[in-house]
Design a protein around this ligand. Structure first.
Ligand code: SAH
Length: 291
């Protein structure tokens, strides 16, 4: 085994010092960082994400996310609509290839239903020269972690995340995945639960959940977590079905597993919601199986 104190030899140390490397294509001077802003408040932005924002010559993102970042001299903001992610990603790659230090900003974590995948999609379809660009991702606190932290420990057992948006996948795929994870008794986090264009999907998803879970199963509607208009509602599954239309695009929904439960607290305060880490029964035994 190598002595941990022994420094690794670089390729220049292997007796080839005199051999000059073949000149390759000039590496572009620019770079691209995809930055997670967290759910909202500045204290949930990591120092590394802040440093990437500070270093950028160009910031790209959905307008409301860019608005969260104070303007500074010498930095250009390129705001765009929320529904043009691939165009935005392509623009970011073009700017980086032209030598800019680009930061693409995304709410929450950029890898969770967000810009990082859009950048890689644009990279895959784009100019071969872009492959030489340094691309980095700075993670952020994703909505389900922020929501879970407000409620207690609902993600203490196995869990999953599903986007209810059927903009990028057929609704049949969403329901097939929901069926599978509900049958497996996973805590299920629903991103993009509802929008003006998708008004009925959340209720349908919760009704599907009721075929696998008891009507008393805790369901969390966590709205605008970390922002001034934050609202956390802890409901039963039966109540959540009736309240589905009151959720909105700023809401993250967590459907408990069969073991997820509440701890009541004295006074007029919300109970804690938690899912124990230990599991003793198989999903087949815990699923209600009412299909
Ligand atoms: N990249 C983001 C998710 C983008 S999908 C992240 O990691 O959080 C957008 C969905 O995220 C919203 O429809 C909502 O379900 C959820 N969301 C984002 N910010 C939220 C917040 N502050 N509170 C509750 N849910 C939020």
């Amino acid at each position: 085994m190598m002595d941990p104190g022994t420094p690794l030899r670089s390729s220049q140390d292997d007796g080839e010092e005199t051999a000059k490397p073949e000149p390759g294509p000039a590496a572009p001077a620019g770079s691209l960082t995809i930055v997670g802003l967290g759910p909202g408040p500045a204290q949930w932005l990591t120092p590394a994400a802040q440093a990437a924002i500070d270093a950028a010559s160009d910031l790209i993102g959905y307008g409301p996310y860019l608005d969260r970042i104070p303007a500074r001299d010498g930095q250009t903001k390129h705001a765009s609509d929320n529904r043009v992610e691939i165009d935005r990603a392509t623009h970011a790659l073009q700017l980086a290839a032209a030598g800019k230090t680009v930061a693409v900003v995304s709410g929450g974590d950029p890898g969770v239903f967000a810009m990082a995948a859009a950048v890689f999609e644009a990279l895959e379809a784009g100019e071969p020269a872009w492959l030489a660009l340094p691309i980095a991702i700075e993670p952020g606190v994703t909505a389900m972690l922020a929501a879970a932290a407000k409620a207690g420990a609902p993600l203490g057992g196995d869990f999953c995340a599903i986007s209810l948006s059927d903009n990028l996948k057929p609704w049949e795929v969403v329901t097939a995945r929901l069926e599978a994870v509900l049958a497996a008794d996973l805590v299920t986090c629903l991103y993009n639960p509802i929008s003006k264009a998708r008004p009925w999907q959340l209720r349908a998803a919760l009704e599907l959940a009721a075929r696998h879970r008891d009507a008393q199963t805790p369901v969390i509607f966590a709205r605008a977590v970390g922002r001034p208009d934050e609202a956390l509602r802890i409901l039963t599954l039966a109540e959540a079905i009736e309240a589905a239309a009151t959720a909105d695009m700023a809401t993250l929904v967590i459907i408990g597993a069969s073991s997820t439960r509440l701890i009541a607290r004295p006074g007029d305060v919300a109970p804690y919601v938690y899912t124990p880490r230990s599991v003793t029964r198989s999903p087949c035994a815990t699923s209600q199986g009412r299909t």
